[in-house]
Write a protein that binds this ligand. Structure first.
Ligand code: UD1
Ligand code: MG
Length: 467
């Protein structure tokens, strides 16, 4: 006999097959995003953080799309080919969870749940028969209302669609998060009938049946009621999104980031920001953006999937998508950096400069009104105002190389493929379509001609004809 306590196997089942009719969407509901991540991603993250080693996700409506969005080795997919209700959905998982003792049953549309809540629920369930989370909400909306027995355990759950006016007035709701004993729960699911307003097999009714058979299901009230918000329509989605965005701003502030007007910035879930970075109002940071320490992001900076190293400044109204910005760089105002734009340390990009798949070496500058596409610019090179890399000949893209310390005069057109050598110079207004050797000056433009004492319209006969 072994003395070690046997830890019950915890296994999460996530119900994510529903049609989500009230979203009025072509997209499966659990793929709609809040805080920059699909609803289902939040639920899976909480289950993993709570120590669930296997995740069984029940899919049906838009199953292929949902599966494709979440390829992970710890997920087992179960198909509910006809969406006959939450009780029917859970019943489909019976074989997939064989061997599990405590089943955490989660709803794919309840994104704000915390991992600690799942641990609390599992502990409560393991101390008794089962447990479910409840929340007391000011606006309980379409969520199921919870009716407790005299001893405080569950008596039954009334769905909003089936509730009397009196029941609808109850504010304690079913959060759709449960810890249930397996395999017994499946016996109650097998007894469900669809005699209700929606004609569905309600998981909630199985819990009522268990209670009626003397099973004591613990009601665990959520300390943070938002954890119980279920997303059934677009307004629910907007509310969950706002909550997640606010929580992200609070977490960053706690980690040493100054956010001047937290209610006016949007920083999504995966974004990382170092301490002592200053974020001005109306900044958007999304995708896998990573910002170093001591940076300043000015008003209207829009960054997605972008890396910014320490001490860099992003001036107002700059758009950076898939860019990499080195330490101490300055970008903008009004710069547009597209995927593959890279600035080495100390480089500078000014107003109305667009870069795509182009690299500026250390200390290089492109100050004004420029397009750099498919280009490599050496250290300390200076790109004058209005310079364009003509990278596309109508059929294919070509590269431009500019050497270290080169000076590319204003309004130079660089017809790629072309190379401007190190320390070379191009004269303003030149169309450069042949390589310029290191250290050379290239001028390509008509010589200026002078007509002394020229006065326009000197004689009547020179005036343009009317009409
Ligand atoms: C459900 C609960 C309600 C609770 C609320 C919490 C039932 C009957 N009602 O209501 O008491 O307050 O969640 O948010 O359980 N799903 C399937 N297959 C189906 C139907 C639904 O997998 O056939 C999935 C959905 O994708 C969703 C979850 O189950 O992720 C809940 O379904 P939904 O239709 O949103 O139920 P609610 O009306 O919100
Ligand atoms: Mg729901």
């Amino acid at each position: 006999m072994t003395s070690a306590a046997v830890r019950p196997v915890r296994h999460a089942v996530v119900l994510a097959a529903g049609k989500g009719t009230r979203m009025r969407s072509a997209r499966p509901k659990v793929l709609h995003e809040a805080g920059g991540r699909p609803l289902l991603a939040w639920v899976l993250a909480a289950a993993r953080a709570a120590g669930c080693e296997r995740l069984t996700v029940v899919v049906g409506h838009g199953a292929d799309e949902v599966r494709a969005a979440f390829l992970a080795p710890d997920i087992d997919w179960v198909l509910q080919s006809e969406q006959r209700g939450t009780g029917h959905a859970l019943a489909q998982a019976r074989d997939a969870v064989r061997g599990a003792a405590t089943l955490l049953v989660l709803s794919g549309d309840v994104p704000l749940l915390a991992a600690e809540t799942l641990a609390r629920l599992a502990a409560a369930a393991e101390a008794g028969w089962g447990a479910m989370a409840t929340a007391t909400l000011d606006a309980p909306g379409t969520l199921g209302r919870v009716i407790a027995a005299a001893d405080g355990t569950l008596a039954r759950i009334v769905e909003a669609a089936d509730a009397t006016a009196e029941e609808l007035a109850l504010r304690r709701v079913n959060a759709g998060i449960y810890a249930l004993p397996a395999p017994e729960i499946f016996d109650f699911l097998a007894r469900l009938t669809p005699d209700n307003a929606k004609g569905e097999l309600y998981l909630t009714d199985a819990l009522g049946l268990a209670a009626a058979s003397g099973r004591r299901l613990a009601l665990v009230e959520l300390a943070e009621p938002a954890e119980g918000w279920g997303v059934n329509d677009r307004l629910d989605l907007a509310r969950a999104d706002a909550w997640l965005v606010a929580a992200k701003a609070r977490a960053l502030a706690a980690a040493g980031v100054t956010i001047l007007a937290p209610e006016r910035v949007r920083i999504e879930a995966e974004v990382e920001i170092g301490a002592d970075t200053l974020v001005h109002p109306d900044v958007f940071l999304g995708g896998r953006t990573r910002i170093g320490s001591g940076c300043t992001l000015h008003q209207g900076a829009w960054l997605r999937d972008t890396e910014v190293e320490g001490g860099a400044t992003i001036e107002p109204y700059s758009v950076l998508d898939g860019a990499r910005i080195g330490a101490g760089c300055r970008v903008g105002p009004f710069a547009r950096l597209r995927p593959g734009a890279e600035l080495a340390a100390g480089a500078r990009v000014g107003n109305f400069v667009e870069m795509k798949n182009a690299r500026l070496g250390p200390g290089a500058k492109a100050g004004h009104l420029t397009y750099l596409g498919d280009a490599e610019v050496g250290a300390r090179a200076n790109i004058g105002a209005g310079v364009v890399t003509c990278n596309y000949d109508g059929a294919a893209k070509h590269r431009t190389e500019i050497g270290e310390g080169a000076f590319v005069g204003s309004d130079t057109m660089l017809v790629a493929p072309v190379r401007v050598g190190a320390e070379a110079t191009t004269a303003a207004g030149s169309v450069i379509n042949k390589d310029v050797p290191d250290g050379a000056l290239a001028i390509e433009r008509g010589a200026q001609r002078l007509y002394p004492d020229w006065t326009r319209r000197r004689r009547r006969g020179n005036q343009p004809k009317k009409g």
